[in-house]
Design a protein around this ligand. Structure first.
Ligand code: 3PG
Length: 215
């Protein structure tokens, strides 16, 4: 089987919105706002009872959206996410069982790491782009600069603590393909149904300069 590839997805936009959906009814208008704003790649975190149905609704109904599952922490969740139509999977880290399951995934996987040893383990498993999580807590821009020394071939998508205040610093790094974050679709705006504001925030994020998108 040819390994599914993540890079074309991450090249769609500089920012991957990380969303927590509590009501299935919010899923479609939220995804439409993000797509209309220019952020088609959407990570629906599997942290709520509504998450899988939300993912299913976005995958089925929102033209232009590329919806994936985030916070995948077990092989069972991976299967559920794929059944719901996930186009990609994101995990905060891996266990031996999860790594084994990911190797057989029919969709691209972005697995998480926070340390050199974890990054090396994922590189050994031939992941193309690694999630660097929790980015700000794990050393932020300085850590990613340091990783470029011993790991010149590794590419990262940092997530965790990224905001309008620091996003440009991450996107300026040659080893950063895209960043993930919830600031473009915060739970407060989803709860209040302010999809116009989410569309505006997505628009700002989609126009960020990403010098390191991979050809
Ligand atoms: C997460 O898993 O919650 C993501 O890393 C998003 O983090 P953020 O809310 O700090 O953007």
């Amino acid at each position: 089987m040819t390994k599914p590839t993540l890079i074309p997805l991450l090249n769609l936009a500089p920012v991957v919105p990380v969303v927590v959906i509590e009501r299935v009814a919010d899923a479609v208008p939220l995804a439409r706002a993000l797509v209309d704003g220019g952020l088609p790649l959407i990570e629906v975190t599997l942290r709520t009872a509504a998450a899988l149905d939300a993912l299913r609704a976005i995958a089925a109904e929102v033209e232009g959206a590329v919806a994936g599952a985030g916070t995948v922490t077990s092989p069972a969740q991976m299967e559920d996410a794929i059944d719901a139509g996930a186009s990609f999977l994101v995990s905060p880290g891996v266990t031996p069982d999860l790594l084994a399951a990911f190797r057989g995934s029919p969709v691209p996987v972005m697995a998480g790491c926070a340390t050199p040893s974890e990054a090396m383990r994922l590189a050994e498993a031939e992941f193309e782009v690694l999630k660097f999580f929790p980015a700000e807590v794990a050393g932020g821009v300085a850590a990613l600069k340091a990783f470029a020394g011993p790991f010149p071939e590794l590419k990262f998508c940092p997530t965790g603590g990224i905001s309008p205040a620091n996003v440009a610093d991450y996107l300026a790094l040659p080893n950063v393909v895209a960043v993930g974050g919830s600031w473009v679709a915060p739970q407060s705006l989803i709860r209040s149904g302010d999809f116009a504001r989410i569309r505006a925030l997505a628009g700002e994020a989609s126009r960020l300069n990403n010098t390191s998108a991979v050809a």
